[in-house]
Write a protein that binds this ligand. Structure first.
Ligand code: CA
Length: 238
């Protein structure tokens, strides 16, 4: 069954571009051009993903997101942020967005982000933590990742990671045993228009690897020469 995507965007050209390209990929899309109407639609219907602009008539994107989450709706949301507006990204993630795309963006980036968020949310489990609150957690062996808190726990110990290291690990952990190319990591974590080069990926993976492997080597990142990386998690029996 086709996955359903709600696009909340008031700029007609951009809305058409989004809707056209997502439909071409086989997603069912609906466009709403008003914040309040978008919120109603998101609550009344069931969507697999919402693409949400920030500057909207009626409620702005942050308000839509906040109200959606207040109502217990956990549909994944990708926000569309303005270039050089890091505060929008921070605000958006704080309000419960799953990812963001900076305008202007290319179709390839859009589709990569959409499919990454859909894959990620499908592989997540919700567990009940000690405080009894529902929280997303992704597990590989003794490694637990809490995407909402940017927290990583390995063998019971919290591992301090920089944001990009966290995102690299999150991407690898959703594909255990699968070789992920440097290009994939580059595009997903740094974005398609990033010009830092693949060396940046290697530096982050190397530092991430040190932090993980200090901890009993139950999780390791293997290098696949000339291609990329693979996460291997061994299950330690207690
Ligand atoms: Ca707008």
């Amino acid at each position: 069954m086709a996955q359903k995507i709600l696009v909340i965007e008031d700029e007609p050209t951009l809305a058409r571009l989004l809707s056209y390209n997502l439909s071409q990929e086989g997603y069912h899309t609906k466009v709403v051009d008003h914040g309040g109407d978008g919120l109603q639609e998101a609550i009344q219907q069931s969507y697999d993903l919402i693409i949400l602009d920030i500057m909207l008539p009626g409620l702005n994107g942050f308000e839509v997101l906040a109200k959606l989450r207040q109502k217990g709706n956990s549909t994944p949301v990708i926000i569309l942020t303005a270039r050089n507006a890091e505060d929008e990204v921070v605000q958006g993630l704080k309000h419960g967005a799953d990812d963001y795309i900076t305008k202007p963006f290319g179709v390839a980036e859009l589709l990569a982000r959409v499919s990454a968020v859909l894959r990620r949310t499908m592989s997540e489990d919700v567990t009940v933590d000690k405080q009894g609150t529902n929280e997303k957690v992704i597990q590989a062996g003794e490694l637990y990742i809490y995407p909402e808190k940017y927290e990583v726990v390995l063998n019971g110990e919290s591992i301090p990671l920089r944001p990009k290291e966290f995102e690299v690990l999150l991407y690898l952990v959703q594909r255990p045993g699968v070789v992920v190319t440097r290009d994939d990591l580059m595009n997903i974590v740094w974005g398609f228009d990033y010009i830092g080069g693949q060396r940046t990926v290697d530096v982050h993976v190397s530092s991430l690897r040190k932090k993980l492997e200090m901890n009993q080597q139950s999780v390791q990142i293997d290098s696949i020469r000339g291609v990329g990386y693979k996460l291997v998690a061994s299950i330690i029996k207690k």
